[in-house]
Design a protein around this ligand. Sequence first.
Ligand code: RAM
Length: 339
Amino acid sequence: MRKLTALILALMMVAGLAAVAQAADLSGQTYAIITKSAGNPYNEREASGFEEVIKAAGANVIVKHPAQITAEAQITLINELVAQKVTGIAVAGNDFDALETALKAAMAAGIKVVSLDSAVNPASRLTHINQAGVVEVAQALVDAAYDLMGGEGEWAILSATATASNQNAWIAAMQELLKDEKYAKLNLVEIAYGDDIYQTSVDETQALLQNYPNLKLINAPTTVGIAAASKVITDNELQGKVIVTGLGLPSEMAEFMGQGSVACPYMFLWNPIDVGRTAAYALLEMVNGELTGALGESFTAANGVTYIVTEAGDKGTEIIIGPPFEFNADNIEDWKTVY
Ligand code: RAM
């Protein structure tokens, strides 16, 4: 009898070990990331973080940068990935609602779906990986405008596309904050759209300068827009007259920042590589762990960080990575080689 028990125990252990080994072998899983568009270094860094984590987990990775910065281009890619029967999809939405049919079909096929960087609506995702709180980003941008303009004057926003849900959420939150009496003398004259295309952003900046001769500041909540605006201001030697701030990639902005008369005294961002990494961790946990994306859940990823699922402003859920970080003359040199 004792022998039989020992044998059963031994068999159970072998079965248990096999189960563990099987759970750790993710070579049959494929995770895909769809960024907003090709040709944007921010999106490349985001994808590199995703790729790094998925590869380290031993699974397969597909990176898609749509040729056009449109929902249509993303829908085509989503449909292809569903046909390929991938395991998980992370997408930076070019539109809040337009991907719903395609992403619902993906989820109905058993594919785990999260958005990152730029949310899709709650019905289209299990959760959203948010680089920073929407209101925190908006507050940083409004306070920067107030500070750099001395509390009064004309300013404009130079955004990405008119349907980009992250930029639209930041702008809506900024408009809400601007209702405060403190900002009553800040005159927001226009919201322009450079479509996250460098040349379009240059053209839009030039149009703003032409149309508003008293313009004091351009606030660009896009890494493409802030770099383009800073280049136009610098080429026209308008540093100090028209100030640029917003959300920028240190590697692209260092030449317009630093000591002396610069286009951009300071700006904000987060680590785009971490945005991709966190989306990868969340998808891996959804497939191989307990995470569903429901409010109140949490998990500890392979990097040792515990991520918490909280309520998003759109009533869906999100995982916020951290606060926006300020880059200025004192730290830009340290960061320009990092991302
Ligand atoms: C651009 C993209 C991206 C945004 C950054 C700040 O690169 O629009 O979605 O998060 O700017």
